[in-house]
Design a protein around this ligand. Structure first.
Ligand code: SF4
Length: 254
């Protein structure tokens, strides 16, 4: 393992393209590992072409901590829509200092002024799917051009729509080519995530202490109260529970 790691650090050639047909066998192998081992697998095979995507929800903080604890220099990025809560921006800074890491902020192509000029003011109040497309899904698509593996904090117990989350799946970049999506915490519960934060004295978003469950953009997230569904409070007034990052990237063609 160390030899392969060393070759990565020396800048060895890019890994061989992955065949989506490999997914079922790899998914089964990953099921037998601990979350930290799944991250180590990604680092060993893909090096810096695997990256943790986080919005600083508790699961994302666990991933950043597990990677740091194992000495894995996996890059990390966040999608900064320009509409995040002040508390979320502050948490990013606190975590970077606490873990000694840098989290790249990936920005939308349009700033809010230009988005309002082209699509009208407060697009999120009229068409949140379009707004998420511009401010989250498109920037992610741009970021995935640089990566072979996108590492997420998705958990099966996060919502009914996420109940079948595999450890590894293939999704398509804009050009149809496959990129891997690794979900190392798919089998973790909300309780286990929070216990990990507590055990390791990791910071969390203070909005969780004020009744917010999942935390997204400030204009689209309301407190839902302890015991509410984990995705409650997102896009109140709309029949929408996902921003599209995990639902709008189609599967690559076989
Ligand atoms: S969460 Fe709301 S403000 Fe943020 S990108 Fe989606 S619709 Fe726009």
């Amino acid at each position: 393992m160390l030899g392969r790691l060393a070759s990565w650090l020396r800048g060895s050639p890019a890994p061989a393209p992955l065949d989506p047909a490999e997914v079922p066998a790899l998914d089964a192998r990953l099921a037998g590992m601990e979350a930290g081992e799944r991250l180590a697998w990604a680092w060993e095979r893909f090096g810096a072409r695997a990256a943790i995507g986080t919005s600083f929800q508790p699961a994302g903080i666990v991933l950043l901590h597990l990677a740091k604890r194992r000495g894995l220099d996996l890059p990390a990025f966040t999608l900064d829509t320009g509409l995040l809560f002040r508390e979320t921006i502050e948490l990013k800074s606190v975590l970077q200092d606490h873990l000694g890491i840098v989290v790249e902020s990936v920005l939308p192509d349009l700033d809010l002024t230009e988005q309002a000029r082209r699509h009208g003011d407060r697009l999120w109040e009229r068409d949140p799917d379009a707004c998420c497309g511009l401010r989250k899904v498109a920037p992610l698509g741009r970021k995935l051009r640089e990566l072979d593996v996108w590492i997420t904090g998705l958990r099966r117990d996060g919502s009914a729509a996420r109940a079948a989350t595999p450890f590894l799946e293939a999704v398509a970049r804009e050009d149809g080519s496959a990129v891997w999506k690794l979900n190392p915490l798919a089998d973790w519960t909300r309780e286990r995530v929070w216990a990990h934060l507590k055990e390791h004295r990791l910071p969390h978003n203070p909005l969780h202490d004020r009744g917010y469950r999942s935390i997204g953009c400030s204009v689209c997230t309301k407190p839902a109260g302890e015991g509410a569904d984990e995705r409650a409070g997102r896009w109140p007034g709309f029949d929408k529970t996902e921003c599209g990052l995990h639902t709008r990237l189609r599967r690559p063609s076989a």
